[in-house]
Design a protein around this ligand. Structure first.
Ligand SMILES: [Zn+2]
Length: 151
């Protein structure tokens, strides 16, 4: 199988409710994400301007920017069911002042984000005959989570 991968990054804050270390504090990361895709049937485009490609990198970039990077960049990602009342208060204050927040229904770890981003992108790619193969989410330069579609 031939795959292609594109890398993205954005800045975002979060906090991890009930973490026993520093991560319970409000803090931020420059997140990095690698999106790997293959063409359905494992083949490459065989004619036209996309001959020899899985998907044009420019088209891959457009989809991922619209679905993930633009809604998240410089936002506060918060967990709607967080047991930490302070997390709800922070989100409420930011929203009242029209600051960027992004609500999710999971504890915002790199692992959970990689699953969520995979699910968010899968339908868009299915619609254009592309299989999403894996998503890697880097929280620091040395730590990442990876979710692979099971096919
Ligand atoms: Zn963190």
């Amino acid at each position: 199988m031939i795959t292609i991968t594109k890398e993205f990054s954005w800045d975002m804050s979060h906090m991890l409710a009930e973490h026993e270390g520093l991560c319970k504090n409000l803090h931020g990361h420059t997140y990095r994400m690698e999106v790997t895709v293959a063409k359905k049937e494992g083949a490459l485009e065989d004619e036209g301007s996309k001959a020899g490609m899985v998907i044009d990198f420019k088209d891959l970039k457009k989809i991922v920017k619209e679905e993930i990077v633009e809604p998240l960049d410089h936002s506060f990602m918060y967990w709607t069911h967080s047991p930490d009342e302070i997390e709800h208060q922070i989100a409420r204050i930011l929203q009242q002042d029209e600051r960027k927040v992004f609500a999710v229904d999971f504890r915002p770890t790199a692992e959970m984000m990689s699953i969520y981003f995979f699910q968010s992108l899968e339908d868009r790619f299915n619609g254009i005959d592309i299989n999403l193969v894996s998503i890697k989410v880097w929280e620091t330069p040395t730590s990442y989570a990876e979710f692979r579609g099971e096919r």
